[in-house]
Design a protein around this ligand. Sequence first.
Ligand code: WAQ
Ligand code: MG
Length: 251
Amino acid sequence: MVYSIRMRAAQGGAHEDGGKHISGAERIVQRKCIDKTMKDMLERALSHSRGEPDFINLAIEQITDGNVKKLECLPIKNVNVDNVAEGLEQAQEALDLAGVTSAAALAGIHKLTDLSQSMRGAMILCATTGARLDHTGERGIRVSRMDSSNEQVFGEWLNAQGYHGIHIREALVLATKVVAAPGVVAELCWSDDPEYTAGYVASNKLYTRFNHLKAHGSEVGGRVFFVKENTDVDKLITFLQKQPVLVETLG
Ligand code: WAQ
Ligand code: MG
């Protein structure tokens, strides 16, 4: 048995009461690690650069091993750009390569740059038309129940490629799950942490990261999942929220 541990923190009340999203985290751990994981999550929520939360929700749930899907981590490609405009242009090209039309890619980029406040979750857009397909408004769809299958091995795999820190670690796990979901063509993301300007485009073949997708100091980040036109959105959302996934690295 393993356990899903989820945290979400907000300021100005709970998310469902209109509070500002501060921090969230998703882990799947052995029973003996529950205690430490919860403490780390609490600490993280209480010391976040987006502000101090007055609402924290921690959920723990047992998962049957047999229900866990194992996925191989996406390979990483790094692209250095000089500024945000160049980053967004290159992100658009990466979306194009992944099979998103330029109209949909532009719609996705604008839906994120137009946000006045970060959402807690992601928007689902049609990869052909760019129309929004989920009905979750400013809340978005939150991907849940995923982790790396071995924290240490995963960290070493990243370090060996010159990558460090929790942002890329968590983003890779999430992106690997998202692009394996039924109907998903690509994902576009940048962080909502004011000091973190990097973002990425993921396809089912590659995680392409860009050092600048938003201005330093901006607290507005977000995620867009682009899906094939005929996707069963309810089924997709169930997979994203409920299917436990462990991400593995090969060598
Ligand atoms: N499910 C769906 N959407 C989420 C989730 C989730 N579990 N977690 C975050 N989001 C959305 C939400 O709208 C956030 O505002 C936004 O994504 C950004 O979340 O160096 O740090 O956790 O290669 O701030 C990408 C680059 C970092 C990493 C992404 O995202 C790298 C990041 P954050
Ligand atoms: Mg963040």
